[in-house]
Design a binder for this molecule. Structure first.
Ligand code: FNR
Length: 193
């Protein structure tokens, strides 16, 4: 059966460039023969992490729902905006809530990081910051990342990239990532026998 890939946009803003990049990634994942499960962090409302609230009420519904979606996936793509040269507080907060679950849903999860920004660096510094908590939790963060610069002018009306070379590079990155995730899934299945 097809590899299930959760494609998560870290921004739910109307007109979000990361949501547009996530939509393009989801279509490329599907074209590669895998199953794309698109989502945005806005689907998983959670308050700022608070240890007292956690002790009193347990994790919020949004965190439980995100945990379930990550667990249902065999690979994960995160499209995350860069805020102040780092990972956005909204994305980090979601990771902090999810980090409280055992078994840990990010552990051993093949994860590809992509970003989009209107700036020239395309949010790449945010991805380097995002790697740290994810790798800490045991995610297998793919070495290659994709950052889309000048993202407000990068998309065609149909949602593809206007720069054909860049579109090809995104397709190649996703293809290589899916190959690795598929091989890893087979390996994990064999190990569990
Ligand atoms: C930004 N933005 C931004 N961009 C960037 O390339 N480097 C940065 O350090 C920052 N810092 C930053 C901080 C804050 C608080 C905001 C609100 C924005 C701009 C950001 O890339 C832009 O708003 C994108 O459009 C955000 O992504 P979405 O929401 O379009 O996906």
């Amino acid at each position: 059966s097809a590899l299930r890939v959760l494609v998560l946009s870290g921004s739910s803003r109307t007109g979000s460039v990361n949501a547009r990049l996530a939509a393009l990634v989801a279509s490329l994942v599907a074209r590669a023969g895998a199953h794309a499960d698109p989502a945005t962090l806005g689907d998983f409302a959670m308050p700022p992490y608070d240890g007292d609230a956690e002790a009193d009420e347990g994790p919020p519904k949004g965190a439980l729902a995100l945990r379930d979606r990550i667990e249902a996936a065999q690979a994960l793509v995160i499209a995350a905006p860069e805020y102040n040269a780092s990972v956005s507080g909204v994305v980090k907060n979601a990771i902090d809530w999810v980090s409280r679950f055992r078994p840990q849903p990010f552990k051993d999860q093949q994860t590809l990081l992509v970003s989009a920004s209107p700036s020239m660096v395309g949010g790449n510094r945010g991805l380097w910051a995002l790697r740290i908590p994810l790798e800490h939790l045991g995610a297998r963060v793919y070495p290659d990342m994709f950052s889309l610069a000048m993202a407000h002018q990068a998309f065609s009306d149909g949602g593809s990239l206007l720069d054909a070379g860049l579109g090809e590079r995104l397709g190649t990155t996703i293809g290589s990532f899916l190959d690795l995730a598929e091989a890893d899934t087979r390996y994990l299945c064999l190990q569990r026998r």
